[in-house]
Write a protein that binds this ligand. Structure first.
Ligand code: NAD
Length: 441
């Protein structure tokens, strides 16, 4: 099949590449000329395990193409995916300007029947807006072309995006024509070989499914973080409570790890957008609002523990930071707890020496840009040299079983603030460390 994917970020690039891997001819379009030039030269703008090899292979096989020109990019397409960003607007709602700009461009240049697919996470009713935007351009051109607008939300996780896309738990497609459903079924068939994972529904339910899924996962995280905070007050251990409740199959172990709060490009903005969608429709979403409030506070829990230990004024103190990315396996720092912790500590006069296997450039150039109190080093033990304490904020595999003797010998004092509860199993207090974690005093 001939596929065009508009927007070559985390979702667009992974989806396009995986479709090409199945033998489709895929053209990825982006307005970022530098990104497209890099991709045409085989240089990937993001880090995602396994993606680079797959992109290079499919460029070589002539299944994968990159362009900035949407109108030529869609000439041969049967299906066009919209996978541009839907960032948080000033009022918390999803900003649809990029999606609607793409819809307008499609309407301006489409020449034959197309199935247009919203893959971006968009508020309920967006497919209707995309449809009317395209239709109004077709009307201006005075042409009659049949088209469908379909919702196909994406559930991939950064850090495991290729695996998630190639073997999805489910493929949700909302459409109101058999033609569109059948074409989408054909496209996704190779990804659902072992059993049927294709779930067809109406368009609005598909749009809502994505928000409901993210809100549910964010709720589990904030719920557990709230339980952890209560554990600290009552002298319980959230690590043991986690195992106690996770063993109940109705609850399960996933997404109940106490930590420094959720970040990333999806949960924060989608939770906020869902709250706004409810509000605009006359419903006050109390639970969703609380999920967000708990998370906002949770991002600063580690900074608060540091202040409690070292005092309000941190002038003259340096801390060694492990982990900048919002989670392991990605260089993405959008809404990462590290941004909040670093800013809070620097505001109080501290200096930071930071290490992350993949996200240092993102921090330097975007998320912590211009903060001269942060120094970046390319060795996890180097950042500890002369530092007061180690702060762990991302659970990269290389941090899981570190050399605690080495940590001790580098730090000024053996103190660890563990924002991901990675080290509670090591009984660090018995090894002479002062050990601070989430959910246990
Ligand atoms: N990142 C994730 O893990 C994830 C998972 C599921 C769903 N989503 C959703 O998918 C959507 C995309 O997210 P992302 O993380 O890939 O975003 P991203 O910011 O990484 O990529 C978006 C891309 O769209 C491009 N773009 C913007 N306007 C364009 C236009 N008019 N024409 C062509 N390209 C244009 C940008 O240059 C950018 O490269 C969002 O709605 C997001 O909520 C993201």
């Amino acid at each position: 099949m001939n596929i065009t994917v508009i927007g070559s970020g985390y979702v667009g690039l992974v989806s396009g590449t995986c479709f090409s891997e199945m033998g489709n001819k895929v053209t990825c379009v982006d307005i970022d000329a530098k990104k497209i030039e890099q991709l045409n030269n085989g240089v990937l703008p993001i880090y995602e395990p396994g993606l680079e090899q797959m992109v290079l292979k499919n460029i070589k096989n002539k299944n994968l193409f990159f362009t900035t020109d949407l109108s030529t990019g869609i000439v041969d397409a049967e299906i066009v995916f919209i996978a541009v960003g839907t960032p948080m607007g000033d009022d918390g709602s999803a900003d649809l300007q990029y999606v609607l700009a793409v819809a307008k461009s499609i309407g301006l240049s489409m020449g034959k029947r197309l199935v247009i697919v919203d893959k971006s996470t968009v508020p309920i009713g967006t497919a209707d807006k995309v449809k009317s935007t395209i239709q109004s351009e077709l009307n201006k051109r005075g042409v009659l072309i049949d088209f469908d607008v379909v919702s196909n939300p994406e559930f991939l996780k950064e850090g495991a995006a290729i695996a998630d896309f190639m073997k999805p738990d489910r493929v949700v497609v909302g459409a109101d024509s058999d033609y569109a459903i059948n074409l989408m079924k054909e496209l996704y068939h190779p990804f659902c070989m072992s059993h049927d994972r294709f779930i067809a529904m109406d368009v609005r339910s598909a749009e809502m499914t994505k928000y409901a899924a993210n809100a549910m996962l964010a709720t589990k995280i904030s719920f557990m973080n709230e339980i952890a905070n209560i554990c600290e007050k009552v002298g319980a251990d959230a690590n043991q409570v986690r195992i106690g409740i996770g063993s109940d199959s109705r609850i399960g172990y996933s997404f109940i790890y106490p930590g420094a709060g959720y970040g990333g490009s999806c949960f924060p903005k989608d939770v906020k957008a869902l709250k706004k969608i409810a509000e605009e429709n006359g419903y006050k979403a109390n639970l969703i609002t609380s999920v967000e409030n708990v998370n906002d506070a949770q991002k600063l829990v580690i900074a608060k523990k540091i202040v409690k230990r070292f005092g309000e004024n941190l002038t003259g103190l340096t801390f060694g930071l492990w982990g900048l990315a919002f989670k392991p396996g990605t260089d993405d720092m959008r809404e990462a707890p590290a941004i909040y912790v670093v800013n809070e500590l620097v505001k109080r006069g501290a200096k930071i020496k930071a290490y992350d296997p993949k996200a240092i450039e993102e921090a330097q150039h975007f998320y912590l840009k211009g903060i001269k109190e942060v120094e970046y080093l390319d060795s996890k033990y180097e950042v500890l040299k002369g530092s007061e304490a180690l702060i762990l904020l991302t659970e990269w595999k290389e941090f899981r079983s570190p050399d605690f003797q080495e940590i001790k010998s580098q730090l000024k004092q053996p103190i660890i603030f563990d924002g991901r509860n990675q080290y509670n199993r090591f009984k660090l207090e018995e090894k002479g460390f002062e050990y601070f974690q989430i959910g246990k005093l």
